[in-house]
Design a protein around this ligand. Structure first.
Ligand code: NGO
Length: 519
């Protein structure tokens, strides 16, 4: 479905807020424009005057598999409106109707707002959920309040048809460098799901720590998840299998799939501290909580490396319903090239044997076994022959160019925390690139999507996560969701500026980028 010229013109030209004809006792200074949504919608046709007013009489209608999403919508709108918003199976007017029916693109939806009734239609609950996120943004920012607000609640009249550009729209949290508690991960899931992100990659092991329970190798977490295993000797901790399963479920309720990563054959110092038999000389290395990379390697010539890899892959695959399992593969400067290839030749197929599609940092492209895998490109260059070759052989690509998509890079020289090896990344730099055209020799059809990783060397708590992720995560979300024809910095910047009060209401500690005029 292509965006018409007219729709693009409307999206770019329309103001984000329009004055309401304020009637009745409640204040209603401004109404959101149909096109004010983040990420940009594919097609919007405003129908001024056909606005829907949410009142104490409004009901939400749904049935069958649409019920849970209807419940989520009601729960999102009740606190600030103070309305009952019952979810019922049928009603004539004054309703927001959620309808599941065939014929809509995957994860796409159609939203029709008329003065008497709102209809949200999709083929799958995931599409309804995406539409609900749009609908929430079409109400004024006060909708984010957790207590009833005295004001009019008006949805702008018109029609939206929307669907994602890419199937994979992700972010990553690094639980290894600093452990993030499940509650923090859930808070991040809540935030990213607003922007139609549908994958969360969890980096669960690294040189400093090991953050996921593995029953067949219990010392991984006993030792590698102990207090003091964060960077600089901070924190520590790990996810039990129950914690992990709870996170998987929590994410799934928000139509987000978890992609677990166990980084191998490098980035394994914590595993080797716990199990010295994973080194070539059998001697335990020193525990390390500095920020250096590339110094550790499994002993890839020994059988035990493969027993370890298979046990871990099996146990992680067993508790992961999603299709992907990430095996890292980056920065193996301590692994000989031949050993790296030998390792990948055996380990990449293991992921498939345990029912998952292998995912790896783009270094795995060196291995012919990567042809069926997903490669995550994290380089800074616009050309990478080995990646292009692997893609030609069938690999698919998720783009996380470090100089654009890494959320741990600082915004500018004044950013407290963050790294800068890939440069400073202000919002415009995070936004102004095209995933379909980033790498020479890689056709758009091979691009599975976009992911914005947030490494945690310098990040300790949720406040740090929020500050680095927002607003840049939204740039990645728009690159992943919105049709290229909508790409427009001035439009994005205005929509982002208008979103600021929503984050403020929710207590999200976002970076007030000087590139944005925050309302
Ligand atoms: C690199 C490195 C990570 C660092 C990160 C910091 C990849 C794929 N490996 O990205 O170990 O944490 O940079 O920005």
């Amino acid at each position: 479905m292509r965006l018409t010229r007219l729709a693009v013109a409307l999206i770019v030209a329309l103001p984000l807020v329009t004055a309401t004809a304020s009637a009745g006792p409640f204040p209603g200074p401004a109404m959101i424009a149909l096109t004010g949504v983040l990420p940009a919608v594919a097609e919007a046709t405003p129908a001024p005057g056909d606005d829907f007013r949410l009142t104490a009489q409004t009901v939400i209608t749904a049935s069958g598999d649409a019920m849970p999403v209807a419940g989520q919508l009601a729960a999102a709108l009740r606190p600030a409106t103070g309305f009952g918003l019952p979810v019922v199976t049928a009603a004539g007017t004054a309703a927001i109707a959620l309808v599941l029916e065939p014929g809509h693109p995957d994860e796409g939806y159609r939203l029709d707002i008329r003065d008497a009734r709102v209809e949200l239609r999709a083929s799958r609950p995931a599409g309804l959920f995406a539409g609900v996120q749009t609908l929430r943004q079409l109400l004024p920012p006060e909708i984010e309040a957790d207590t009833p607000q005295r004001r009019r609640w008006v949805l702008p009249g018109g029609h939206i048809k929307d669907h994602p550009r890419y199937a994979y729209r992700g972010s990553m949290l690094d639980l290894a460098r600093h452990f993030h508690e499940p509650a923090e991960v859930r808070a991040y899931i809540d935030q990213i799901s607003r922007f139609k992100i549908n994958y969360l990659h969890l980096h669960l092991s690294d040189d400093q720590g090991w953050r996921i329970q593995i029953d067949s190798w219990p010392r991984l977490t006993e030792v590698g998840g102990a207090p003091g295993t964060g960077v600089g000797g901070a924190g520590g901790g790990f996810l039990t299998k129950d914690d992990y399963r709870d996170l998987v479920r929590y994410a799934a309720d928000r139509y987000i799939t978890i992609v677990p990563e166990i980084d191998m054959p490098g980035h394994v110092n914590a595993a080797q501290v716990a199990y010295p038999e994973l080194t070539c000389d059998g001697v335990a290395p020193k525990a390390r909580t500095d920020m250096r990379v590339g110094y550790s390697s499994l002993c890839v010539g020994e059988e035990i490396a493969y027993r370890f890899a298979e046990d871990v892959i099996r146990e992680v695959a067993e508790m992961t319903p999603g299709p992907y399992l990430h095996i890292g593969g980056d920065e193996t400067f301590a692994t000989a090239h031949g050993g790296y290839l030998a390792f990948q030749r055996r380990v990449l197929p293991l992921v498939g044997e345990h029912g998952k599609t292998a995912f790896g940092w783009h270094e795995i492209a060196q291995s012919p076994a990567a042809a069926g895998a997903v490669l995550q490109y994290w380089g800074k260059e616009n050309s990478h022959p080995a990646v292009a070759t692997a893609v030609a052989a069938g690999a698919r690509l998720v783009l996380s160019p470090a100089n654009r998509a890494y959320l741990d890079m600082r915004y500018d020289k004044l950013t407290p925390g963050g790294l800068d090896w890939a440069g400073s990344i202000e919002v415009r730099k995070a936004y102004d690139w095209n995933p379909g055209r980033l790498l020479h020799g890689v056709p758009e059809e091979s691009v599975l999507g976009v992911e914005a990783p947030l490494w945690s060397e310098t990040l300790r708590d949720l406040a740090d996560i929020e500050f680095m992720a927002f607003p840049r995560l939204v740039a990645a979300a728009e690159l992943g969701w919105s049709p290229r024809a909508t790409h427009d910095w001035e439009s994005f910047r205005a929509r982002l500026g208008a979103y600021g009060p929503r984050w403020a209401r929710q207590g999200v500690r976002f970076h007030r980028s000087p590139q944005i005029r925050w309302s």
